[in-house]
Write a protein that binds this ligand. Structure first.
Ligand SMILES: C[S@@+](CC[C@H](N)C(=O)[O-])C[C@H]1O[C@@H](n2cnc3c(N)ncnc32)[C@H](O)[C@@H]1O
Length: 209
């Protein structure tokens, strides 16, 4: 595991998060995504395309970072996507890609300045993981999603129980439906080998009407 990834997994405060991503933002795509053949954004897009319907818009990309999900999504379909992230510098990188209709700088651990039932879908990759966001954030995201809105989020496999996702999803009970969990590798092959065999659970469900 690279030092930066280790630093990311052990973040323990808002300030540390902001500082790490400020430092990482300019070379995140090259240094992390390309170098490690990082696949989570593409996998989230794959499952979004599989389960979404025409009216699942606008889409909110949670912990959007430098905008990798939006780049892949916009290659496939033309729909409005908004980005939300705590890191101004990561979002500055995403701005250059011109893939988001709206960019919001906000701490997802707090109540969002977003109206009830605003979004048709939530997508997220790499943000529900060690040192980042835990399952309690899902309650606020459920508030801002329209009835029948779609969630397609990656959750690090080894954080699913520790981060409270199993309990949170169970406690949603009849507030959600069609829960499906797909286990996929986070990283693709480099040469002929997958060097890092970590997995994420691409978790999909809809908010009940
Ligand atoms: C590993 S990056 C993932 C970025 C992008 N989704 C991707 O897959 O490349 C995690 C992102 O989560 C954001 N993040 C971490 N804690 C956050 C918080 N409390 N509120 C909002 N964003 C947060 C970071 O700023 C960072 O951009």
């Amino acid at each position: 595991m690279s030092k930066k990834l280790k630093d990311a997994y052990t973040l323990s405060s808002k300030e540390d998060t902001i500082n790490l991503y400020k430092y990482w933002s300019k070379n995140y795509d090259k240094d992390f995504a390309v170098r490690n053949n990082y696949k989570s954004p593409q996998k989230v897009v794959k499952y979004f395309l599989k389960y979404s319907k025409q009216n699942d818009t606008p889409v909110l990309d949670v912990g959007a970072g430098t905008g990798l999900i939006a780049v892949y999504l916009k290659k496939k379909i033309s729909i409005p996507i908004h980005a939300i992230d705590i890191s101004k510098e990561m979002l500055d990188q995403s701005r250059q890609k011109k893939c988001y209709e709206k960019i919001i700088i906000a701490d997802l651990n707090k109540k969002l300045n977003v109206g009830n039932c605003t979004y048709g879908a939530i997508v997220s990759s790499g943000t529900f993981t060690h040192g980042h966001l835990e399952a309690n954030v899902l309650k606020e995201l459920l508030r801002v999603v329209k009835p029948n809105g779609l969630f397609v989020i990656s959750i690090h496999q080894s954080f699913f129980i520790k981060g409270g996702f199993k309990n949170q999803l169970e406690s949603f009970g009849s507030m959600i439906n069609n829960l499906k969990i797909h286990k996929v590798y986070i990283y693709g092959k480099i040469g002929s080998k997958i060097f890092n065999k970590d997995k994420v659970l691409i978790t999909t469900f809809r908010k009940n009407c």
